[in-house]
Design a protein around this ligand. Structure first.
Ligand code: GLN
Length: 252
């Protein structure tokens, strides 16, 4: 049984410096990490994964989901990704996998797509309601107001993490079940609930791979890959569940 709370309550102690540590992840070919590749910054995530010796796969259609153990949903444009998820018939199968416990990490636009409620979205924008947060799109400002901030993330230790914010969403509400792993100006920017991890910034745009390492370690633990049971775990992850999709708020 895949634990519902496999990413919750983690007690990771990694505190190595940026770029120095290699993730304690299964050898290449054991864990395949999906990277949603409909639009956005999939390539850079894949580069980081391959530098750590981890196999990744672009996910563009539902069949791709059968070959992955966990998924990264990159930054980009959530409205476009939303449309493409629907056009590629990926929305329902993806929601089912996440509900069945597949570890998923949404960065920036990916965070928006995983949120319970999206403000400032298009009327027809869909999202997965996989984590109990309310986000406001573009609330840190426009592209020209992009910035970098040093974040204290106790879960990964010192030094601070260099976080790049590009038209990022602001988390305006986080439910009780949500662990806030990092804040910026008093607002959550890195959150986790069960198998769902979200960051409002772009961790793939720096040379610091500690958050990728953290996600991979927890995904491996969650899937019990260390014991060579990926195939069993993966079978459980295919359990179909009723997906529910909430329409975004009508605020544009
Ligand atoms: N503002 C974008 C959106 O709403 C997200 C930006 C990003 O992913 N860098 O989708």
């Amino acid at each position: 049984m895949v634990a519902d709370s496999c990413l919750a309550g983690s007690h990771l102690t990694g505190n190595t410096a940026a770029g120095v540590s290699a993730a304690e992840v299964p050898a290449t070919g054991v864990l395949t990490v999906g990277v949603l590749g409909l639009q956005g910054d999939a390539r850079r995530h894949q580069d980081i994964l391959s530098a750590s010796g981890v196999t990744s796969k672009r996910v563009r259609q539902s069949e791709d989901l059968e070959q992955i153990g966990c998924l990264i949903m990159p930054g980009g444009e959530s409205t476009t990704i939303s449309m493409m998820l629907e056009a590629n018939d990926l929305l329902q199968p993806l929601a089912a996998k996440i509900r069945a416990g597949m570890p998923v990490w949404g960065t920036c636009a990916g965070m928006i797509l995983l949120a319970r409620e999206v403000r400032g979205g298009r009327d027809d924008q869909v999202h997965l309601a996989a984590i109990d947060i309310v986000v406001e799109r573009n609330a840190y400002g426009r592209q020209i107001s992009s910035f970098e901030a040093s974040l204290d993330i106790p879960t990964i230790g010192m030094p601070d993490f260099p976080a790049v914010f590009i038209r990022s969403p602001v988390v305006i509400e986080a439910g009780e079940e949500v662990e806030v792993l990092a804040e910026f100006r008093g607002q959550p920017v890195l959150c986790r609930q069960d198998n769902v991890l979200v960051s409002s910034f772009h961790p793939e745009l720096t040379s610091d791979n500690r958050l990728h390492d953290m996600f991979l370690k927890e995904a491996a633990k969650c899937l019990d890959i260390q014991n060579g049971q990926l195939s069993n775990a993966a079978k459980e992850l295919t359990t179909p569940n009723e997906a529910s999709f909430l329409p975004s708020s009508s605020v544009r």
